[in-house]
Design a protein around this ligand. Sequence first.
Ligand code: ZN
Length: 502
Amino acid sequence: MKKRLEELKWRLQEVQALNAVSSVLGWDQTTYMPPGGAAARGRQMAVVARLAHEKLTDPEIGHLLDRLERDAADLPDDGDEAALIRVTRRDYERAARIPADFVSAFNEHQTTTYQAWTTARPADDFKALEPMLEKTLDFSPQLSGFFPGFEHVADPLIDLTDEGMTVALLGELFRELREALVPLVQSISEATEVDDSCLKQHFPAEAQLEFGKTVIREFGYDFDRGREDLSPHPFTTAFSIGDVRITTRIKENDITEALFGTLHEAGHGMYEQGIDPAYEGLPLADGASSGVHESQSRLWENIVGRSLAFWEHYYPRLQSIFSEQLGRVSLATFYKAINKVTPSLIRTDADEVTYNLHVMIRFELEKQLLNGTLPVSDLPEAWDARYESDMGVSAPDDRDGVLQDVHWYAGRIGGVFQGYTLGNVLSAQFYKAALQDLPEIGAQTSEGSFELLGSWMKENIYRHGRKYTPSELIERATGGPIQVQSYIDYLKKKFGDLYGLK
Ligand code: ZN
């Protein structure tokens, strides 16, 4: 058995090495690659993806799994070996069901579509992307079709990134959330409007970047095992547990863009850096799901980074860096400004209260596209109509409408947005559990110390990687299944206080 496990591990480490090569190529593509490299990069990434797919679906891995599963009866259920066998089985079955030709064709399509999006968005040219998006809408249900036995066509696509979640489960969760959010947004809209003009002054890029880096270093993001670069759409990528990179984008006329983007990605980054080093090179060395991953970015960005306690410590430092801009702005004014609630056009800029409404719009549109009830050509109009009805706002162009998110233009349609809302919900659930265990976390935050919070997250979430399914991990960390109540309580308390609501 030991020998078989060793063989399984080195085979998986080869797969992981190829996946890491893909990640390096992808990171380079979105940070430093000149546009002229696009076509060749698409081919390169397709080749590497095909090789990784071939190695993972090698029937020898299937044989090893069969035998190891038989022997696994002797293994402790809770051990790393049993988890490795379970996770590898899931990945193996998933990969084996998807033909290699499909993988490389879809990959190449995604790369060229992404490249086209980088120019079509600034040019406000949805038409240029329409035929590509139609092709994406062909590919996506095909991908879903490789996994029979699901209720809804989007279910297998959701399960790819949020194991165990379905359209039906999410529908219920979104409904509960919506019932709480809509009246909250309504009460806030009737309260005194918050003035956030202090955030919209000129803030030199370099100083913004430096401040963000200082904060995340103090959060616990390790720059010896990571770095921060610029990209059009911020992201985190891990080449190994020892090399986890983040990106951000800067607006000199808005101090929130780079700062909160950096705090967000650092949350993702710390998760990856905190995985048990024993999992290096194995499929266990990844986040449990996109929702659990997002819980960490949202926790550090919002629950910590937009809290009053946090700014009690950091605001004087920010004021000393930008004394001309913020010297005469009080902490109370600044705190209100960074938490201003207002229905808006751009998801990534949205406040904590309206954010999930953006996700629900995308989730519904994806469902309609996949059901065949919404043709791609009608997508921009459908997008605008939903923003009008749900948010009361309308985009002046597609750039800030249907073209704003990279996801559909660099991936698939279906199962790509729910993780954001799951993340918001879980961020509050995890934070509450951490506070119950370690009530001094709040006081530490106001001193600019994050040791207790970071160590709780590492102990209960980060180090486990994919060892547990998302629902097992949530159960172990919080004592119960995913639930929206902690998140709703958090929002009602924070924004009730901030806006003086009853
Ligand atoms: Zn994120």
